[in-house]
Design a protein around this ligand. Sequence first.
Ligand code: SF4
Length: 176
Amino acid sequence: MTGNEPSMAAACSKKKIPLSLVLLDNIPTLLLFILGFLIIYRVSAAGAVLFGGYIIFSVVWFWARICPYCHHYNTLACPCGYGAISPKLFRKKSDKSFKKVFRRNIVVVFPNWFIPLAAALYLILTGYTSLVLALTVSFVLIGFVIIPLISKLVGCKNCEIREDCPWMNMKAGNVN
Ligand code: SF4
């Protein structure tokens, strides 16, 4: 975070992301989770249920551990709407920097991408069908192309804290 924090927070509190953009941010993620569930289900039904539980855990963890430190907390400026949901469940925090908190906690969402990917590779090697291929291609396209593109071109494009955001720096490969 920088010395611009108050002005950025003020800008965030006035800004309102349209519902269409919030949906654009969330629908591909929801589709990704459904595809991940379906891929894992083909390996193990119990594994798919566990994965579903993990998705819920990771999202709630994000609301609890990351959002309370964000400039978008308790505003309608958050591109995915979490900034409006988190305050209903968790109190604002400022004892650590957003950057630090983000870097420490963002790993919680990685399994939502990489466990289905591992399951898809396993299925391709051990039980290849055209359905497995279709699920895998859809998953990879949504998770590794469409979602990052939406973040880059829409969700994060006009964000006031873009330069300070560890997520953007991570994509640029210069988090320290
Ligand atoms: S921008 Fe990210 S960290 Fe900030 S409130 Fe929205 S989802 Fe949470």
